[in-house]
Design a protein around this ligand. Structure first.
Ligand code: KIV
Ligand code: ZN
Length: 524
């Protein structure tokens, strides 16, 4: 059963792996989901929504494996309002040390029209499905999807039905990001005041950011009496995303004077998980994003720098260390040894097994030979770049590109594909295009390039470039990553990394499975 938190405690419910991952193109691999779940558990997130088990075999396995490995956090799965979904969800979460079933149905007039149910028919469905979930699990969350556009009387009625049927948490979603802070606070306040039994359960808030008000709406809901905030790392999520975990956690910390509630989240782990989610989802964080953006703690202007040197509080309301952001420093050079690398990675929040360290050490040495100064950011990029190359079916052996004015670029590429060496020479509209054409000549495929993105990790012309490549084939979407001081090499490796991931996906799923054979938006 859900523990009602002390009055000044707000539960953090992270849905990066469910609502966040639903964002088109943000699909993560099984191993990445397990890794993110472990990071969330370790940082003190109270509830992890690990996925939507009925939507695909991959989602089911991810939720099940996350449940089995969970430590402190409650592990929750999403289910639509029907017994089949709920049973499948229970099968996946039941292994958790603390499982939860989250079932929902769209209650606004527009959403009621999809399954074509009358108000009474839907009310019956809610009673039956919440009771069914409660017979399986003593921790049940129920959500009236599009609550903020549901008629007040009907919302009140169905919330009461769900509580009577055994829901222990009632989540009030602002599914389309329509509400405003005053309304958000008022809605929760009125539900708590007017629905019988409301004082016995936890109210949650789930906000989308379509009007840029998701964080403000979530905090206002807490003001109104909600004690669970649903959010994602970096605000990842469909369309404009969800409330960002880092924003609510830091707002409650920094403005404790006017918002006297606390969370259990260790804020010093924010930066690390933010970077990891950006890498595995292929959704980079915008530079001026609150808390975790590259510029969030940068003070460029002369006036700011002068003030900062005299007293950091002049322009800083929180310290970089509060979110685990170490000062950028010149850390390592080509003479640094394995022990120093291990210690530095530990300081940055990465504890490596010996075989992982050996791989990163080899890549670090290679980088240090080519790049004068190796910064913290360079090491982080090395840790996050690509998969386990030894197990990849496609591997790049060498790449030479000739480009310039007066003609197309030309790429000469040598690859090993399933153990056999192959070479191709192709031209293209610029060096990256030529390299990609060469990969395609050696490994013909119909996957469609959806996104190609390059970021410089640090300043300077010898900076490493991190490249993300997102590809789609018959509904399967994968993102490949790589980092190198040579942008063309990083691009080719990211492309090949995406193809390797696609091959894994092909083996695991039928075409179209990743487009969500069932959509969470189908209410019934
Ligand atoms: O935004 C929404 O309404 C949701 C529900 C499934 C809770 O994500
Ligand atoms: Zn949502």
């Amino acid at each position: 059963m859900t523990q009602i938190p002390e009055q000044d405690r707000v539960l953090i419910f992270d849905t990066t792996l469910r609502d966040g991952e639903q964002s088109p193109g943000a699909t993560m691999t099984h191993a990445e989901k397990l890794e993110i779940a472990e990071m969330l558990d370790d940082m003190g997130v109270d509830i992890i929504e690990a996925g939507f088990p009925i939507s695909s075999e991959g989602d089911f396995k991810a939720v099940r494996d996350i449940a089995e490995r969970s430590k402190q956090a409650v592990i929750c799965g999403l289910a639509r309002a029907n017994p089949k979904d709920i049973d499948r969800c229970w099968e996946a979460v039941k292994h958790a040390h603390r499982p939860r079933i989250h079932t929902f149905i769209g209650t606004s007039p527009l959403h009621r029209a999809i399954p074509n149910l009358t108000q009474d028919e839907m009310a019956d469905r809610i009673h039956e499905t919440v009771s069914h979930a409660r017979n399986l699990c003593d921790n049940v969350q129920w959500s009236p999807m599009d609550a903020t556009r549901t008629e007040w009387d009907y919302l009140k009625r169905v919330v009461e039905i769900a509580i009577r049927a055994g829901a222990t948490t009632i989540n009030i979603p602002d599914t389309v990001g329509y509400t405003a802070p005053v309304e958000s606070a008022d809605l929760i306040r009125r539900l708590i005041a007017e629905v019988p039994g409301a004082g016995e359960i936890v109210f949650a808030t789930h906000c989308h950011n379509d009007l840029g008000m998701a964080t403000a709406n979530a905090l206002a809901a807490v003001e109104g009496g909600a004690r669970q905030i649903e959010c994602t790392i970096n605000g990842l999520g469909e369309r404009a995303g969800n409330t960002a975990l880092e924003e609510v956690v830091m707002a409650l910390k920094v403005r404790h004077d006017i918002m006297p509630w606390h969370t259990r989240v260790d804020s010093t782990r924010i930066m690390n998980i933010s970077r990891r989610v950006a890498t595995v989802s292929g959704f980079p964080v915008q530079f001026n994003k609150a808390i975790v953006g590259k510029n969030a703690f940068a003070h460029e202007s002369g006036i700011h720098q002068d003030g900062m040197l005299k007293n950091a509080e002049t322009f800083e309301i929180m310290r970089p260390a509060d979110i685990g952001l170490a000062e950028t420093s010149l850390v390592m050079g080509k003479h640094s040894g394995r022990a120093a690398l291990r210690a530095k990675l530990h300081e940055l929040g990465f504890d490596m097994a010996d075989n992982q360290l050996a791989d990163i050490f080899a890549r670090f040495k290679d980088l240090a030979d080519r790049k004068k100064e190796v910064y913290d950011e360079d090491l982080i990029a090395l840790v996050h770049a690509g998969d386990d190359p030894e197990n990849d079916r496609l591997q790049i052996k060498s790449l030479r590109v000739v480009c310039g004015t007066g003609g197309p670029a030309e790429a000469e590429l040598e690859m090993v594909i399933d153990g056999t060496g192959k070479t191709a020479r192709e031209t293209g509209d610029g060096p990256v295009d030529a390299a990609f054409n060469a990969v395609k000549a050696l490994f013909p495929h119909d996957a469609h390039l959806q996104l190609y993105q390059v970021h410089a990790v640090t300043e300077g012309t010898d900076a490493q470039a991190t490249v993300s490549v997102r590809m789609e084939e018959e509904g399967r979407i994968v993102t490949g990553q790589s980092a190198d001081t040579d942008t063309v090499v990083a691009s080719a490796r990211a492309y090949v990394n995406a193809l390797n991931r696609l091959l894994v996906r092909r083996e695991k799923s039928a075409p179209g499975e990743d487009t969500r054979a069932v959509s969470y938006k189908d209410a019934g």
